[in-house]
Design a protein around this ligand. Sequence first.
Ligand code: SF4
Length: 365
Amino acid sequence: MPESTPTTSFPALPRADRRTRLQNSLLAWFGTAKRDLPWRRNRDAYGIWISEAMLQQTRIATVIDYWLAFIHSFPTVQDLAQASEEQVLARWSGLGYYSRARSLHRAARSIVADHGGEFPRDRKTALVLPGVGEYTAGAVLSIAYGLPEALVDGNVERVFTRVFGLRAVSGSAPLRKHTWDLARRCLHGASPGDWNQALMELGATVCTPGEPHCHACPWSRLCVARRRGEASAWPSPKPRRKPVELKVAGLWVVNKGGLLLSRRPAKGSMAGMWELPTQQSQCPGASALWLGDWMPGLGVAGPECLFEAKHAITHHRIGMTVLKGKVTRKALSSNPSTLRWFAWGQLENQPLTGLTRKALAHLAP
Ligand code: SF4
């Protein structure tokens, strides 16, 4: 956008004739451009709900394999409700944002206990479920049940900003409210599920962040941003939070049977997940050998670095150095709930942190 200080201004909501042109062109495009995704092969509310929970903050290409494995392990909402939290976290392991998995699990139990095993068919009831917000409710109700419920996610917000010429900072409260008004006003009454999916598909594949593919867009003749030659500059980016750099050390301690892992605390980030015994360095950037500060009886066996891994979680950038470690029997017997040996074959089904999975992929025999 040309202004150095972004202003907020919205044109009037579109009239019926414009809405009809937008709807017809987008639905016709979606009929040919729709990607074949496993959760699109039927209208099962359970599978659609799981996909929507996984897709928050995660790319479709990553989600597909996780979704298939999750549905294989928990084919129905009853299976998910009966599983232990540890089993659910193990299937989620690597996707990050583990509070989503815990909410999904609690919501499954509520659906079985309070809703006859079916995802609720009205928005107000759906919103009471743990982890189900306005977006997820709109997605499941419109796609699975064909109900006239709107949705807005980051893709829809970006597309509307450009096509309707909305001047506002990405993610700002006024823009969020206005895009919801637009989403309700423009919703296709006869095909709300297809309409919502088409909007998100357009944002994910054509009207992408950065340089959109306007030449391939069904709305290229209707788009305000394109007409002004400003498509890539809309919406105004929100101020970026500076990433926090963290440096940690992990211990690779093996015996004949397998690998030693420690359990994270029951509260806080990645609560209850298993990881290499890990500690944070107090001196990022220094070539510290992390010789102290482990629990008594657990420590570094040799100074050589076995592996270096990088991982990003929200605004944290974590660099982990994996060192060869050692542990005494005394340390194990005095910390039985937080230190445990896992056989190599058991590890796949444990709730492991992303960094630990990376180290395993590189170092496991
Ligand atoms: S014409 Fe370009 S900017 Fe406008 S909606 Fe289509 S892809 Fe997005």
